[in-house]
Design a protein around this ligand. Structure first.
Ligand code: KG4
Ligand code: ZN
Length: 328
């Protein structure tokens, strides 16, 4: 018999995320709560300050857990399993959620599972549809641009990754360049609607490659040159968004064909992009996206990864499990 309520904690970067997922006897999952405290202290530095991120997680995590329990109408005593991200991410930040989760699991005498942040992003899509291997998974966020082939449950084969910036990072940098604000993804999307995608030429990156890698430095340089030449921000946004979406979707579809996969999971902050969703929806693959609030970093996706581990019959993690900055 499987425990019903799974707690998920993610403190890998600058968001304190706590979520609760209900695992039904038939194995189906439902997100019951998903609370995220986003740190704003970093804005003044133009990037995430690791030590400040850790301190804010320490200050906030109790309140975020309380809010998640209240949202679900549960108490700590209802928690049957605890999951927390152990990596990849900022080690000091990760340690806060990981130690908190281990302590809670010890106190409640329930199993503890350490989760991989990227596995969490992938299982975020399990909120919308049954995820059954084999499938292809594209994780596109501010920190990652990874394309995995998942031939069977729990087996992740990296078939492509970015050679320079992450996809979301490129959206953020180009938005900043064009004076469109932060975070750049939504700002670019909004401005793109008013722009002409043909006004600024953007060449397809890594054209002709046999593999499935990504690169955004060429698009960034093209945007910088066009900006210096006086291009309008909305035209830059429209041209860049179209080029980035075509590149991401085109590369993923080639990989799907090469691996013979019919389902593609698209997750991470950039998966919220409307043009990207429309392009996948119009493609021959079955594209699965996380539900609202589950694209960017959150705790519910970690609880969903925990649910998958439970269903697969994986053993709980030892309490000696540490935080890792780089987790292959
Ligand atoms: O997953 P996430 O919250 O954080 C990381 O783990 O990095 O992703 C944040 C990234 C930011 O770079 C943000 O600009 C991007 O996701 N993003 C978008 C959109 N919404 C958020 N990019 C494109 N279109 C969007 N609508
Ligand atoms: Zn993430």
């Amino acid at each position: 018999h499987l425990p019903r309520y799974i707690l998920g904690i993610d403190t890998s970067c600058d968001d304190t995320g706590v979520g609760l997922v209900e695992l039904a006897a038939d194995g189906s999952v439902q997100v019951r709560a998903n609370r995220v405290w986003s740190q704003t202290v970093h804005a003044q530095y133009g990037g995430v300050m690791p030590e400040l991120a850790s301190r804010e997680h320490v200050e906030r995590i109790d309140a975020v857990l309380e809010a998640a329990l209240a949202e679900a109408g549960l108490t700590v005593a209802d928690i049957g399993v605890v999951t927390a991200t152990s990596g990849p991410g900022l080690v000091g930040a990760l340690l806060v959620g990981l130690m908190y989760g281990k302590g809670l699991a010890q106190a409640l005498d329930v199993p503890f599972y350490a989760a991989h942040h990227l596995e969490g992003h992938i299982f975020a899509a399990a909120s919308e549809a049954e995820l059954q291997a084999p499938y292809l998974a594209l994780v596109v966020s501010g920190g990652h641009t990874h394309l995995f082939d998942v031939p069977r449950e729990g087996d992740y084969v990296l078939v492509g990754a970015t050679r320079d910036d992450a996809a979301g990072e490129a959206f953020d940098k180009i938005a900043r360049l064009a004076g469109l604000g932060y975070p750049g993804g939504p700002a670019i999307s909004e401005a793109a609607r008013r722009g002409d995608p043909d006004a600024v030429p953007f060449k397809e990156p890594l054209r002709g490659q046999k593999g499935f890698d990504f690169s955004f430095s060429g698009l960034k340089t093209a945007a910088l040159l066009a900006h210096k030449a006086g291009a309008k921000p909305e035209d830059l946004a429209a041209g860049f968004e179209r080029a980035a979406v075509r590149f991401l979707v085109g590369t993923t579809l080639r990989a799907a064909q090469a691996q013979g996969r019919e389902t593609v999971v698209v997750s991470g902050g950039v998966a919220a992009n409307r043009a990207l969703r429309e392009a996948f929806a119009a493609s021959p693959v079955r594209a699965v996206f996380p539900g609202a609030g589950l694209n960017t970093d959150n705790g519910a996706m970690i609880a969903l990864a925990g649910a998958a581990a439970l269903r697969a019959g994986r053993a709980p993690s030892p309490l000696s499990e540490g935080a890792v900055a780089y987790a292959p």
